[in-house]
Design a protein around this ligand. Structure first.
Ligand SMILES: [Zn+2]
Length: 465
């Protein structure tokens, strides 16, 4: 052991002594700065000099889960001024930036290389992105920050209290650990909200950025109960996002189960809101329930079909807790965390596969058993998968946009309605992996379905919630 330590020491000493032999130039940075113009841009500047010609200056930004590198366009020389205008006003990550949601704290450094082969990296500078057009009120602890304006203290306090309770309750229930501080920003003015993010559809009412742990919601008119529901729903998705870990687990976790948990947790007493229970009950009465299998990857774009899907997902999660108990649900969750596919997980834990659970629920509401192939492939939907769960965000002009948002929007044109929850995050990942967003956990349609869901609710119940 001692010998190993000494060898390591020897190597380190050699390395230290060796540095001057290679670095025959000295790079210094005389000034650096960051200025913001949210939501348009951030400007990073640095001035560097060296005995040798500076050939490259790279800005490296380290976000909590993503690292971005951007090379400045410089004229090589012994004294160089570099400037990078980071464009926030685009969803698409590009060489010149990409949207970063408010609430994100990151560090940046400059890496400078000269012709003599010297590389110099500045000390990390920490910065936080914030919508500084608005004078925010904030209530926070180490786990959760609620930011709002245009409503009284009791509004923020109520959401904060419900949020803390939700985090504790859902983490306990799923056996999930904490994943880092979550920021929720409540906009109480539609125009502020719509200009806070690029490519915002008029009917969008919220977006979530799972990998940044940022949730942005519109709450206009101010409606405390609706805000609490939205926060509880999104926090549940965030807990699942954080605790599932890598891609395999996220792929294994069915979309209906993710939305089922989120809907189940919307209210403290686990009741189902009327705007979902109504369509669900009508589907039961008409024996028109979709299969769970068909909701494994996404929800349909039609708002009514989506609502029934939320209802069914809620009802099956509710059944799992009531019929099998929390310990079994936790066992199921751990199995997903290990990346075990859904049918294998359900069979191992409950003795029933997805179709078995489906029929168990059907029987509980008096519907006949449905015979389905166990190895059934999820029914293909019109929504291209991964459209929203990639690092792209749906936009009006982007080629990756599915037709869905527009069709939902068209259906809702009489009253641009609040939606919720679009997974998005336009950052490339240094490791090459693509993180998924919240409601898009499995695949794309989720968020679209939620557009419809919220649209429907806001139209039919403009003041009730
Ligand atoms: Zn959701």
């Amino acid at each position: 052991m001692k010998k190993t330590f000494l060898s390591v020491l020897a190597i380190l000493l050699f390395a230290l002594l060796a540095v001057p032999a290679y670095a025959d130039s000295t790079i210094t940075v005389s000034a650096q700065d960051l200025t913001y113009d949210f939501p348009k841009s951030m400007t990073f500047t640095a001035s560097a000099s060296s005995d040798a010609e500076i050939q490259k200056m790279t800005l490296v930004i380290r976000f909590p889960t993503v690292t971005r590198r951007v090379d400045a366009e410089i004229t090589p020389g012994k004294e160089v001024d570099a400037r990078i205008d980071w464009n926030l006003d685009t969803d698409n990550s590009s060489a010149t930036g990409g949207y970063i949601p408010p609430g994100v704290t990151a560090t940046y450094t400059w890496v400078i290389e000269d012709a003599a082969g010297t590389t110099f990296e500045t000390e990390p500078e920490t910065f936080s992105v914030e919508d500084n057009r608005i004078d925010w009120e904030t209530i926070e602890n180490d786990d959760l920050a609620i930011h709002w304006y245009g409503a009284g203290e009791s509004f923020g306090q109520g959401i904060y209290d419900a949020g803390i309770e939700t985090l504790k309750q859902v983490r306990e229930e799923l056996g999930a650990g904490a994943g880092g501080k979550i920021h929720i920003w409540f906009y109480t003015d539609r125009e502020d909200f719509q200009t806070s993010m690029p490519d915002m559809n008029v009917w969008t009412g919220g977006r979530s950025f799972g990998e940044y742990r940022v949730i942005i919601l519109l709450n206009e008119p101010v409606d405390a109960l609706d805000a609490v529901r939205g926060a509880r729903h999104e926090l549940t998705h965030q807990i699942i996002f954080d605790s599932l870990g890598g891609g395999l687990a996220r792929q294994a976790f069915p979309h209906w189960l993710n939305e089922g948990f989120a809907t189940y947790n919307e209210s403290g007493d686990r009741s189902l809101v009327e705007y979902i229970s109504g369509p669900l009950n009508r589907a039961i009465a008409n024996d028109a329930l979709p299969t769970l299998k068909s909701r494994e990857a996404n929800f349909p774009p039609d708002s009514q079909e989506a609502l029934v899907s939320y209802g069914l997902s809620y009802a099956v999660v509710d059944m799992l807790f009531r019929e099998f108990g929390r310990t079994k649900v936790q066992e199921m969750y751990r199995s997903f965390q290990e990346g075990v596919p859904s049918d294998a997980t359900f069979t191992k834990v409950f003795g029933l596969d997805t179709n078995g659970l489906d029929n168990m629920y059907r029987e509980s509401v008096g519907l006949p058993e449905r015979v389905l192939a166990s190895a059934g492939v999820p029914t293909p939907r019109a929504i291209p998968t991964f459209a929203l769960s990639s690092a792209e965000t749906p936009s009006k002009s982007g080629s990756n946009v599915t037709p869905t948002p527009r069709s939902v929007a068209a259906a809702n044109t009489s009253a641009p309605a609040a939606a919720t929850v679009v997974p998005a995050s336009g950052a490339s990942n240094e490791g090459g992996a693509v993180s998924t967003g919240l409601c898009g956990l499995g695949l794309g349609g989720v968020a679209l379905a939620m557009f419809g869901a919220y649209g429907w609710r806001k139209r039919r119940n403009p003041t009730r919630l």
